[in-house]
Design a protein around this ligand. Structure first.
Ligand code: 5CU
Length: 384
C-alpha cells in the first residue's frame, strides 16, 4: 500500500452550510435554530431543534456546525487527512418544491467552494475537503429538476456523491418515479450516501424518558435498514447494477437480518419472482460506513459482505474458483462530526477514537485491510 492509501479519510462528517444555518434561524418551527438567554449573565446562546422528540429548547449548536475552519481544526486534532463532507439532516425535506430546488442548487455551489478552496495535501495534491451534494427530494418536485441537479453535482469537481434521506419524493426510495434519478446518478458515477433522519414511530419508545438514546441508537439505524430493504425488494439494484450506495451506521440492522430477509422472500413467491438474486447477494453490492463503534460489529458486517457472492444467481460469480470477496474493502471510516461532541473537555472526541479503535481491534483483518477501512477504500470509491 502506498502513502496515499495510508491517508485517514472521514466519509461521514456533516455541515450546516452558513446559508442553511441562516434558513434554520429564520424559522419558528422545527427544524430551526433558536436563540435563548442562558447562564448567570444571560448571554444569548443558539440552540438546534431538528428531531421530532427534541425538547423544545433544543441543544447547544455553534461554529463547529458551519465554520470550515472548525472542521479543519477538528480534522487536525484527530489526524484526519481528508473529509467528504455532507449536509446534515433534515436537508431540504421540509421545504416546498420551488424553494428546495433553488436552495439545493445554491448549497451545492456553496459546498463546491467550501471544498475547492480547502488546503491541499502536498505530497498527494489532493484537497482536504470533498463533498456530497443535495437533491431537492420533496413532494411535487419535477423529475426534470432532480435530473438537472444531478447534472449540476456531476459537473462540480469536488462533489463526489449525493447525500439522501429515506423519503424520496414522498413515497420512499422504492418509488418507481425515482428510476430516472437512479439512472442519472449511476451514469454520472456519483455515490449515494443513504442517511436517516426520521427514525421509527416514537410510540415504540414507551413512556420513560431515555433522552435521545432510543431514536439515535435504534431509530436511525432501523430507518436505514427499512429503506435499504425496500430498495432491494423493489429491484433497484437489479435495474441499476452499477449504482453505488454507501449506508450510514454500517447498514443498521440489515447485515444481522439479511438471512431472515432471504428466508421470508423465499416463502413469498410473488416477491421472490421480482428479484434476480437471493437477498444476501445485494448486501455485497453495497458500501458501509464503519460508524459502528465496535470491532465485533465491523467484523460481522465484513463477513456478511464477503459471503454475498455465493448468493449470486449467476454461475460465474458463484464459481468456487473465483477469489472470495474481501468484505472490509467495502467499508470506510467516519466520525459523524459535529454530532456526538465530548461531554467533558477531552483532547480527542470519544466517538472518533472509539471508531478508530474498533478498526484496529478487528483481529481477523490484516494491516492492509485496516488501512483500507481507515482511508484507502474511500480513496478508491470516490476516485480521489
Ligand atoms: O444527534 C443527532 O441528532 C444526530 C443527527 O441528527 N444526525 C446525525 O447525523 N447524527 C446525529
Amino acid at each position: 500500500m502506498n502513502t496515499a492509501q495510508k491517508l485517514l479519510v472521514d466519509v461521514h462528517t456533516h455541515v450546516y452550510l452558513p446559508r442553511y444555518a441562516q434558513l434554520l434561524r429564520s424559522r419558528t418551527t422545527a427544524p430551526r435554530i433558536l436563540t435563548r438567554l442562558s447562564g448567570p449573565d444571560n448571554k444569548p446562546e443558539e440552540r438546534l431543534v431538528i428531531l421530532d422528540n427534541e425538547p423544545s429548547g433544543g441543544r447547544p449548536v455553534g461554529a463547529q456546525y458551519w465554520d470550515r475552519d472548525e472542521k479543519l481544526a477538528f480534522m487536525d486534532k484527530h489526524g484526519i487527512d481528508i473529509s467528504i463532507v455532507s449536509s446534515a439532516n433534515p436537508w431540504l425535506d421540509f421545504l416546498p418544491a420551488s424553494t428546495a430546488r433553488s436552495l439545493a442548487n445554491e448549497l451545492n455551489d456553496d459546498l463546491e467552494s467550501y471544498c475547492s478552496t480547502s488546503p491541499i495535501i502536498a505530497e498527494t495534491r489532493r484537497k482536504r475537503l470533498y463533498g456530497f451534494g443535495l437533491l431537492p427530494l420533496v413532494p411535487e418536485i419535477t423529475t426534470e429538476s432532480l435530473l438537472d441537479t444531478v447534472q449540476q453535482i456531476a459537473a462540480l469537481p469536488h462533489l463526489k456523491g449525493i447525500i439522501m434521506g429515506t423519503r424520496g419524493v414522498g413515497k420512499g426510495l422504492d418509488d418507481e418515479a425515482l428510476d430516472p434519478v437512479w439512472a442519472a446518478i449511476e451514469k454520472a458515477g456519483l455515490v449515494v450516501f443513504l442517511h436517516p433522519h426520521y427514525g421509527v414511530d416514537s410510540k415504540q419508545w414507551g413512556e420513560k424518558d431515555n433522552g435521545h438514546v432510543l431514536p439515535l441508537a435504534l431509530g436511525f439505524p432501523f430507518e436505514t435498514t427499512i429503506a435499504t430493504t425496500r430498495l432491494i425488494l423493489s429491484g433497484v439494484f437489479d435495474r441499476f447494477p452499477a449504482l453505488r450506495m454507501l449506508l450510514a451506521h454500517s447498514g443498521g440492522a440489515l447485515p444481522q437480518l439479511s438471512s431472515r430477509l432471504a428466508s421470508c422472500i423465499d416463502h413469498d413467491p410473488v416477491v421472490a419472482s421480482r428479484l434476480k438474486h437471493d437477498a444476501r447477494y445485494y448486501l455485497g453490492r453495497l458500501y458501509y460506513d464503519a460508524v459502528a463503534y465496535g470491532s465485533a460489529e465491523l467484523r460481522f458486517v465484513s463477513d456478511v459482505i464477503a459471503r454475498s457472492d455465493s448468493y449470486s444467481s449467476t454461475a460465474a460469480s458463484a464459481d468456487s474458483h473465483v477469489a472470495p470477496k474481501l468484505g472490509s474493502a467495502q467499508m470506510m471510516w467516519g466520525t459523524d462530526h459535529p454530532f456526538f461532541p465530548p461531554l467533558s473537555n477531552t483532547e480527542k472526541w470519544k466517538s472518533v477514537v472509539e471508531n478508530l479503535d474498533a478498526i484496529t481491534g478487528v483481529k481477523e483483518w490484516t494491516q492492509e485491510e485496516k488501512d483500507g477501512v481507515r482511508g484507502g477504500n474511500a480513496l478508491s470509491l470516490f476516485n480521489l
